[in-house]
Structure formats: structure tokens, C-alpha cells
Design a protein around this ligand. Sequence first.
Ligand SMILES: Nc1nc(=O)c2c([nH]1)NC[C@@H]1CN(c3ccc(C(=O)N[C@@H](CCC(=O)O)C(=O)O)cc3)C=[N+]21
Ligand SMILES: [Mg+2]
Length: 282
Amino acid sequence: MSATIIDGAAVARRIRAEAAAGVATLDRPPGLATILVGDDPASAVYVRNKRRLCVEAGMRDLHRHLDGDVTEVDLAAVLDELAQDEAVTGILLQLPLPPHLDAASLIARIPPEKDVDGLTEASAGRLALGRPGLRPCTPAGVLALLDAYQVKLAGAEAVVVGRSDLVGRPMAALLLRRDATVTVCHSRTRDLEAVCRRADVLVVAAGRPGLVGAGAVKPGASVIDVGIHRGPDGLRGDVDFEAVRAVAGAVTPVPGGVGPMTIAMLLANTVTAARRLGQPGH
Ligand SMILES: Nc1nc(=O)c2c([nH]1)NC[C@@H]1CN(c3ccc(C(=O)N[C@@H](CCC(=O)O)C(=O)O)cc3)C=[N+]21
Ligand SMILES: [Mg+2]
């Protein structure tokens, strides 16, 4: 028996089509402002894909590309301008930023209503308290994938490997909201394999290529690989895909798993933001 390969590209296509249908119901097209600082090649690829799919969904592409040596004051001014601009529905500041810029204080300039990346303190607080708000795209995409494959979450043992602000922490909060029993592992976790082996649902976002092998997977478990690494043989994830597919019940590939879902949820969040901005008080 070999695992079901979770087709993130196909689920993402469906969610993008739903976002496009949502755009068509709005009085005017939402505008997505992506901000890329510098010329990191991986970031450039991601931002290019986000812009292309934003246009494909019928939204306005309001991109800003800034020099890698832009000052924090100048970048803050760009964010403030986008925050005020009525044509801008969503603001995405691509990370990582060059080391001389403080991401936290810059993200804090994004109004929560336009925080389509779900990274502001307000969005994190709303998620933690279970209030309506925009959810971080990657963890939201993971949840949408699990739902698309009808993976049961209520009462399930869920293990998240990684505790980043972008993925691990919000992932744990989302799974807890869905009544999973959630364990978060990180670099100081003792016996990572033993903890992972308890999981019915294992989400790996550690940023370490091939970290999770077959020995860390309970037979039949659903394994979601958030990692993405560029090597000589192309892209790979945090999961040893070939080894794990022999043990797991379902597993995401890299590429074609979580990556496309991140962008699909960004578009879905932008439609949600447009609806809420269009109805002040709601
Ligand atoms: N503010 C911010 N928000 C983000 O959401 C954000 C970010 N910064 N910084 C970097 C990470 C990474 N990320 C990806 C998006 C799409 C793919 C994606 O489409 N991956 C394709 C492969 C694309 C390729 O060929 O490289 C796949 O996995 O199939 C991957 C990774 C968003 N991120
Ligand atoms: Mg870590």
C-alpha cells in the first residue's frame, strides 16, 4: 500500500477559480499590492507567480519593487501610502527583508483590514481568540488541503514541526480551533521522531531538507510538507518523500503540494478583504 499523493496544484486551481468567481460579484476589482525589496531570486519567483495569478483571478496588480538598500523610513512611507490608497485591498510585504530592515515594525504599518498575509499582531490575536480575521496563507492552505481530502481533525493527534510566526504558530492555532490535539515541536524538542510518530496529522515546517523520514511517520498518517529547498536536483521539501510515501496514508509532494495553496489562499484572503472593506462596520 502506498500513500495517496495530495494534489495541491489541483486544489489550488479550484480555490483560485472560486476567488475569481468572488471577484466577479464585487462592484470593482480588488487591488493586491505586493512589495518586493531587493533581488533575491526565490522571492522574485514567488512574487511573480502571485502577481500573475492575481491578474488571472481578475484582480488589479499593484506591485512595488524597491532597491535592496531602501531605508526603513522610505519603505514605511510606501506602506503608509498603500494603507491610505482606496484602490488597494490587500498589502503583501514579501519576506525575508534585507537584514537592515525590521520586518516586525514594518508589518505593523499594514492595516489589519488589508493584511491579506495574516501577519499583523491584530490578525494573530484574532486567530488566537477565534475571532473573524485574515488568516496566514500557508497554514490556511494546509487546512484547506486537509479538508479537501476529508482528513478528520476533531480529536485527531496533530503534530506541527516548527514554530515560526509565518507557519508553525498559526498552524497550531488553526488545528486547535478545529479540535485537534496539537503538539508543537522545534529545534529543542527531545526525540522528535517519537513525538512525530504519534501524529495522525503531521505538518512539517522546519526549514530542514529531508528532516522527516519514514521512522517519524505513523502508518496511515497524513503528512503535509511545508518545506521548500532548491538543490542541484531541483526542489525538495522537509520530508523524505520517497521513504514516507511507503508508510503514510497521504502525503504532499514538493513542488505541487503546499506552495500553490499559499498563493490560492492569498487570493481568497484578498476577496474576503474586499468584501469587508466594501461594507464598513462588518
Ligand atoms: N510575506 C510573505 N508571504 C508569503 O506567503 C511568503 C513570503 N513572505 N516569503 C516566502 C514564502 C514562501 N512562499 C511560497 C509561495 C509559493 C510557492 C510555490 O508556488 N511553490 C511551488 C513551486 C514554485 C517554484 O518553482 O519555485 C510549488 O511548491 O509547487 C512556494 C513558496 C510564500 N511565502
Ligand atoms: Mg525551528
